[in-house]
Design a protein around this ligand. Structure first.
Ligand SMILES: C[S@@+](CC[C@H](N)C(=O)[O-])C[C@H]1O[C@@H](n2cnc3c(N)ncnc32)[C@H](O)[C@@H]1O
Length: 273
């Protein structure tokens, strides 16, 4: 398969096993923390919270349902929906819908709260603006967008080792047409869409940054990238480079202090609601 034609790994029917595992067992609490933080002060009671490109991690669904909301997961990938479904208590307040962020199965202003995290980065620019417009149209009260900015990944204790990881990760993201600086562009892209909505929304930006011993997160990422190198690119040299890098990072784990990619959050609040 040609990587050039491969725009969004999640829209392929044969989703990568390891990616599913990584999402399912994600130890990273930071994305969940960032979403929860952006919901601070938001009244969730009896509201429908629609999570677009919801993935497999059920933490956010549990969080909003515990606060009185109904949670609807929309995802293109049936396997991801099934995986999340298996990890939540089946109740009246959680729903699963297969759908595409670029043509959402939602009526205008039908969803009080909408949320997307790390989906836009997988879409080319034109599809991103379509997706943002779809989300804003469907949103009655507030829309939350969260995306990574890989530019901020760095380490003071092991600069060259982390730089080596960053460089190979960015090279692979480039091949997969993943926008690694999506977080950096997020406010502008949402603001551009808001203009098309006759400025019906107030938008604000939040930054979630960290510094500490987060080497394990890199190791999980290397595992996924190694599988991509093997199964998608069929590139033995790249695979071995990643394995070697993983081994070297593993030996430094207890000393490695780093800043993972920042998460940028953008909140769009419909005026006069
Ligand atoms: C990187 S994962 C993020 C999952 C989740 N939002 C999170 O933060 O853990 C991207 C998710 O977006 C979904 N996705 C990708 N393209 C999509 C599309 N066009 N429409 C709906 N979902 C999509 C994938 O199946 C996957 O579950």
């Amino acid at each position: 398969m040609s990587p050039e034609k491969h725009v969004n790994i999640y829209e392929k029917p044969e989703s990568l096993e390891n990616e599913l595992e990584r999402l399912k067992h994600a130890e990273f609490s930071h994305p969940f923390y960032a979403s929860a933080k952006m919901l601070e002060g938001v009244d969730l009671k009896d509201k429908n919270f629609v999570d677009i490109g919801a993935g497999t991690d059920s933490r956010l669904s549990k969080f909003v349902v515990e606060r009185g909301a109904k949670y609807t997961a929309i995802d293109y990938n049936l396997g991801h929906l099934k995986s999340m479904k298996e990890s939540v208590d089946q109740g009246d307040n959680i729903f699963f819908v297969r759908g595409d962020i670029k043509s959402l199965p939602l009526k205008n202003e039908s969803a009080p709260l909408t949320h997307e995290r790390f989906v836009l980065m997988h879409l080319p620019e034109k599809e991103r603006s379509k997706a943002i417009e779809q989300i804003l149209s469907a949103t009655k009260d507030e829309a939350l967008f969260l995306e990574y900015n890989w530019e901020t990944l760095q380490s003071e204790t092991h600069p060259s080792l982390v730089e080596e990881f960053k460089s190979v990760a960015l090279e692979i993201m480039d091949k997969l047409k993943i926008e690694s600086k999506m977080g950096k562009k997020l406010f502008t892209e949402v603001a551009n869409s808001v203009k098309d909505f006759s400025e019906e929304f107030d938008i604000t930006e939040a930054r979630f940054e960290r510094n500490g011993k987060f080497g394990k997160e890199i190791l999980a990422m290397i595992k996924s990238l190694t599988e991509l190198a093997e199964k998608v690119f069929k590139d033995e040299a790249l695979k071995n480079k990643l394995i070697n890098l993983g081994e070297r990072i593993n030996t430094e784990l207890s000393e490695l202090v780093m800043s993972p990619p920042d998460i940028i959050g953008v909140k769009a609040v419909r005026k006069n609601n």
